[in-house]
Design a protein around this ligand. Structure first.
Ligand code: COA
Length: 399
């Protein structure tokens, strides 16, 4: 059911000339759709004032401690945490689907080596549709199978392209272990330790779903036309790529490295940026007006990793920046701020941070698509037309 929402709660501007609106019923406009409730969802709940995030009833802190990424994927797709037998079955399916069709490997070899890995992922996911005989099968069963297939193959695409661009052969998935384990293995050709696997797995849990964010909304808009899952996920990857969304984690790492390389005081660095009216990436959020609970968990991970790896400076820089932002601007870190130093300390290249976000969020995107198709209604808002209305066309020769 679509709720026509408290549309008049937070009008940012209004105009009497929406497309199709009459002067008697002026539409209320919400720039950036801020505060608009577009649909019902059972997938995740955010309390932006209290800093709470819930997936299907479970607090994110609970899931981060007690559930694996695969258990969360099952929870999002099927509405409940799996039994051991269900988890084993899901892991078997994921492992079986991890190898890439040969044509996709060949495509990765043909792509320029300096391409943006998010653009590569977007292209490869779109191409996967061409070799999936089920691509246009819109039954729920086929869409669940494709959700599993995409969740299994996205890590393989990211790792394979990273190795190809470094002049190395892609490493075939082990087809054993978790998504986190096999991804770290495919990236480095070395079996990861338990601590690295656990840290990475928790990062995947934290990024799996987050309400009607820009990329999820994109996926649902595409899905609402009854287009296929690959089209919707390709669009979602495009939305996630932007620096105001998932792309922020790359910018965070650039900033931390700049501080590290120049030896500048992090607090002074941020103050100067703010004085120039620049945005500090990894801070602020459309919904959270306090600490993002995922950022709180990731911050502890930065602290543990930086102690463990004798790299305390990453924790110190990020803490100093956070303190200035909260004290002087009242703006809190979001998920991208502390995930950047975590991935960096795991030895992952900065431009893979956003693809890794996609590796997890694929579960949320596809769960939202399954939900959308259960009770579909075309998503089609209106624009307020502000252009002229009384022009007449001069013939081309007279213009
Ligand atoms: N750095 C500095 N100031 C920021 C800021 C940031 N990261 N985020 C928001 N602000 C300020 C804005 O300048 C604005 O101040 P003003 O009212 O004095 O002009 C105010 O906070 C509100 O910002 P606004 O852009 O209207 O909020 P929004 O809801 O549209 O933006 C984001 C949300 C996420 C786009 C925004 O916070 C941002 O650009 N953050 C950086 C990118 C990022 O980390 N994205 C990942 C999100 S998970």
């Amino acid at each position: 059911m679509c709720i026509p929402t408290a549309m008049a709660d937070h009008p940012t501007s209004s105009t009497p000339s929406g497309d199709g609106a009459t002067a008697a019923t002026p539409p209320v406009q919400h720039r950036g759709l801020e505060g608009v409730v577009a649909l019902d969802s059972e997938l995740s709940f955010i309390d932006g004032q209290a800093g709470v995030l819930i997936y299907r009833g479970y607090r994110i802190e609970d899931l981060a401690e007690h559930a694996s990424f695969e258990e969360v994927a099952h929870l999002l797709w099927h509405g409940r945490l799996p039994t051991q037998a269900e988890l084993d079955a899901l892991n078997r399916q994921l492992r079986a689907e991890r190898p890439l069709p040969q044509v996709i490997v060949e495509l990765l070899y043909r792509i320029p080596r300096d391409a943006n890995p998010m653009a590569v992922l977007r292209t490869a996911v779109s191409a996967l549709a061409l070799v999936d005989p089920e691509a246009d099968d819109m039954s729920r069963e086929a869409n669940v199978r494709k959700a599993i297939r995409l969740t299994a193959r996205i890590p393989t695409i990211i790792a394979a392209y990273d190795r190809i661009r470094r002049g190395e052969e892609p490493v075939a998935p082990l087809q054993s272990g978790s998504t986190a384990y096999d991804f770290l293995y495919m990236l480095t050709a070395e079996k990861p330790g338990q601590a690295a696997e656990r840290t990475f797995d928790t990062c995947l849990v934290l990024h799996a779903d987050h309400g009607l964010n820009a990329s999820t909304f994109t996926a649902r808009v595409i899905g609402s036309t009854l287009s296929d899952i690959y089209s919707a996920v390709t669009g979602a990857i495009g939305a996630l790529k932007g620096p105001l969304h998932g792309g922020a984690n790359i910018e965070v790492m650039k900033m931390l490295r700049q501080i590290d390389e120049s030896g500048v005081d992090p607090a002074a660095f941020v103050r100067e940026k703010l004085a120039r009216k620049e945005r500090i990436m990894g801070f602020g959020h459309r919904v959270y007006k306090t600490m993002d609970p995922r950022a709180a968990i990731l911050r502890e991970m930065v602290e543990d990793l930086s102690e463990e790896r004798n790299a305390r400076r990453w924790y110190d820089y990020s803490t100093a920046i956070m303190e200035v932002m909260i004290r002087e601007k009242g703006i809190y870190p979001n998920v991208d701020f502390f995930s950047a130093p975590v991935y960096h300390m795991l030895g992952i290249a900065a431009d893979l941070f956003t693809p890794i976000f996609a590796m997890s969020r694929i579960t949320g995107w596809t769960a939202h698509l399954l939900e959308q198709w259960q009770d579909n209604r075309l998503i089609r808002p209106r624009a307020a037309y502000v252009g002229p209305r009384d022009l007449t066309a001069t013939p081309l020769a007279e213009r």
